[in-house]
Design a protein around this ligand. Structure first.
Ligand SMILES: Cc1cc2nc3c(=O)[nH]c(=O)nc-3n(C[C@H](O)[C@H](O)[C@H](O)COP(=O)(O)O)c2cc1C
Length: 219
């Protein structure tokens, strides 16, 4: 079984995320590939990111500014794939979600794992801009952001009373996205186990110091 963490990107009281989430969890848990864990950022009141060498301490086993940051890094490290459920805020993802991604710092816990999203908004845009920003953040965290995602416009009227999307397209895209997540999660898990390259920054530093060691002394 592959581990899939579902991360909820809105924490505000009365959030529309609660309309979307039961369906997402139901579909993800019904997928044969996944053992699903819900990570609701309401349960993870992370401080605003402000880590620095003094708060990190030993980079191989960082302390961080607060124990919850360490727990968050360890929790994220457990998963093989991520499915983010997020609204669009100001053409991006909510600050609380960006902060949760930023807080995975130094541990490389997201690295070489796939990420997809179910986005929604109150209007027609359906979180289309949020998903583009999320993909940019994911690249910098060395995740693999997937092309196929689920976008839900007019979230307030998108579900029937039983919590099922009224648009049949949502069901189709959900199936495609979960299959893609499973495929990439399997592939990357194998790759991580086989011969994962160290993070690029480590290799750059190693190359620089090797270059310096070989450099001729200035005349
Ligand atoms: C701060 C803020 C910014 C928003 N910006 C956008 C936006 O850029 N595009 C959009 O389509 N909807 C935007 N909305 C509407 C939200 O997508 C909509 O209210 C959604 O239900 C919020 O999700 P939530 O209720 O789970 O927090 C914004 C809402 C908030 C609170």
């Amino acid at each position: 079984m592959l581990k899939l963490q579902v991360i909820v990107g809105s924490t505000r009281p009365g959030r529309m995320a609660d309309k979307v989430l039961p369906w997402v969890i139901e579909r993800a848990t019904s997928h044969a590939a996944f053992a699903v864990e819900l990570l609701d950022l309401r349960d993870w009141p992370l401080p605003m990111f402000a880590e620095h060498p003094g708060s990190i301490g030993d980079f191989k086993d960082p302390t961080y500014s607060d124990p919850i940051v360490k727990r968050w890094n360890r929790k994220i490290a457990e998963s093989d794939a991520y499915l983010v459920v997020t609204p669009e805020y100001n053409h991006s993802i909510p600050g609380v979600l960006k902060n949760a991604i930023d807080s995975v710092f130094v541990s490389y816990a997201f690295r070489n794992k796939p990420i997809a999203a179910v986005t929604y908004s109150g209007g027609l845009a359906a979180g289309s801009r949020a998903i583009e920003h999320l993909a940019h953040c994911a690249i910098e965290a060395e995740m693999v952001p997937l092309r196929n995602n689920v976008l839900i416009p007019y979230v307030g009227k998108a579900f029937d009373p039983a919590g099922t999307p009224l648009d049949s397209e949502a069901h189709i895209w959900m199936g495609v996205m979960l299959d893609d997540l499973a495929w990439w999660a399997r592939l990357l898990k194998r790759g991580r186990a086989d011969d994962e390259l160290p993070p690029g920054m480590f290799r750059v530093l190693a190359a620089r110091s090797a270059g310096n060691a070989n450099a001729k002394p200035a005349p």
